[in-house]
Design a protein around this ligand. Structure first.
Ligand SMILES: [Zn+2]
Length: 465
């Protein structure tokens, strides 16, 4: 049984599929006018781990993740004063919105593969669900939850008594909050939000609707796509904690308001990622995408996966390049050990004690730090034969997703040229000519090998991917 912290219920609850067999799970996906940054990846990883936890314990998961390729896309990380980022991208990149969306959708899938995130069963695109959004908006107007003025449709938050239940925001607090702002005079209540936006004359990306040309608000997209796939009830909805308000609060008001009952059974949110001790910002030096890390020589994305797992998904974590280097070393060491041990015989020793503790960690609100501590414990224990340790770790990797068996069975012939370069490097190092030694090391790297300096001298091994 997997238990997880439910944001709405504000406690850890047992989660099981409503239909008794297959868990339905919707994960907020990427906005595809830019590359995902590592904070996004941490959120996507959380959804992956949650899914793997269910699968590890024998529950099938049907996961859907949306691609936001249209709608009102703004991004405080980029500080563009509320302008739609896709429209800016069209201007800056000189490509159509569709081309840009395709490009960054592919980039997203590259990241997903690099991070060993399991593919969802479906990746619906917002642009394919405009009719469904319009249908929900029409229903909300009909049910007295929304109103149209000047081609823009707003959600009337006062019509939905549970508004604020997820985030803990009361309407009173929201009113106080908005009093400072210059109000949108078309709104009936300061906290009312846009379902459908009048396109106006300058907007490029626009769709026809019963209220004239316009485009959807961001929140309505997830209501439409989740209900298009799962109908009016599903088990689990994931996202980052910055999605709690307003994105998911508004999604609840829309989805539940349109069908008259609660649609999502459990809400799960991952915590913020700090980078180098601060909130990540495009304008600072602490903003990383996966490709930035690769460019700086961090060539194993799964080391970042390991690093993220060292903190629990609900804990704020601080990403640093230094800690990433530490994770790279640990992962390499683990893979080498597994490869060394995998050739040893498996005995009939009882590993159920370790297995149970690992499973408990997985099921206990995704306690990845404890799961990883168990990996270290197994690595170091004398109580198990080496073959048993390898078998255990390879089994656990179904949840961890760290490719621990990557080096297993890999016996690589080291080319003569590499051996000669290693000798040259040793001679340079003896002469304390470190710049030459470093140059030679890069040459060796370019041939697909790296050198490990051990007590018995330098040892070549295939470069970590
Ligand atoms: Zn969403």
């Amino acid at each position: 049984m997997v238990s997880v912290y439910d944001t709405m219920q504000r406690e850890i609850v047992d989660v099981r599929p409503a239909d008794g067999s297959r868990l339905t799970m919707y994960s907020c996906g990427p906005t595809v006018y830019r590359y995902a940054h590592i904070g996004n990846l941490r959120t996507f990883l959380m959804a992956d781990l949650l899914r793997r936890a269910f699968e590890y314990t024998g529950t099938e998961v049907h996961q859907v993740q949306n691609i936001t390729d249209v709608g009102h896309m703004t991004d405080e990380l980029f500080g563009e004063g509320g302008r739609d980022r896709m429209e800016i991208a069209v201007e800056v990149e000189g490509r159509s919105a569709q081309e840009i969306a395709e490009f960054y959708t592919n980039a997203f899938f590259d990241d997903v593969s690099a991070f060993n995130i399991k593919r969802a069963a479906a990746y619906p695109k917002a642009s394919d669900h405009i009719p469904q959004m319009i249908e929900i908006i029409a229903k909300l107007i009909e049910r007295g939850h929304a109103y149209e003025t000047g081609g823009t449709v707003y959600y009337a938050v006062e019509s939905f008594p549970r508004y604020g239940a997820l985030s803990g925001n009361t309407l009173d607090a929201l009113v106080a909050d908005h009093r400072k702002e210059i109000g949108d005079t078309n709104k009936r209540h300061h906290a009312d939000f846009v379902l459908w936006m009048n396109a106006g004359p300058n907007r490029m990306i626009r769709f026809p609707s019963p209220w004239g040309d316009g485009y959807p608000g961001w929140h309505i997209e997830c209501s439409a796509m989740s209900m298009a796939h799962f109908g009016d009830s599903f088990d689990l909805h994931t996202g980052g904690e910055d999605n709690v308000f307003p994105h998911h609060e508004d999604e609840i008001a829309q989805s539940d308001g349109s069908v008259g009952h609660s649609v999502v059974r459990h809400w799960v949110h991952g915590a913020h990622l700090l980078s180098e001790g601060r909130k990540m910002a495009k304008s600072s030096q602490n903003f990383y995408e996966l490709r930035d890390l690769l460019e700086q020589g961090h060539t194993e994305p799964l080391a970042a996966r390991l690093l993220f797992m060292q903190s629990r998904y609900r804990a704020q974590m601080n990403f640093t390049l230094e800690s990433l280097t530490g994770a790279e070393r640990a992962l390499e060491r683990w893979r080498r050990q597994v490869a060394n041990w995998a050739s040893q015989p498996v005995t009939d020793a009882d590993t159920s004690g370790f297995d149970k503790r690992f499973r408990d960690a997985v099921c206990n609100d995704l306690d990845t730090p404890t799961a990883l501590a168990l990996v270290s414990e197994v690595m170091g224990t004398e109580a198990l034969a080496r073959g048993d340790k390898a078998a255990l770790l390879m089994r656990w990797d179904a949840f961890l997703g760290l490719d621990l068996a990557r080096e297993v069975g890999r016996t690589v012939e080291v080319p003569q040229m590499v051996l000669e370069l290693i000798e040259q490097r040793e001679r340079a190092r003896t002469k304390k000519d470190f710049s030459s030694a470093d140059r030679i090391r890069h040459k060796i790297l370019s041939l697909g090998f790296e050198v490990e300096d051990t007590a018995e001298g330098p040892k070549p091994r295939p470069r970590a991917r």
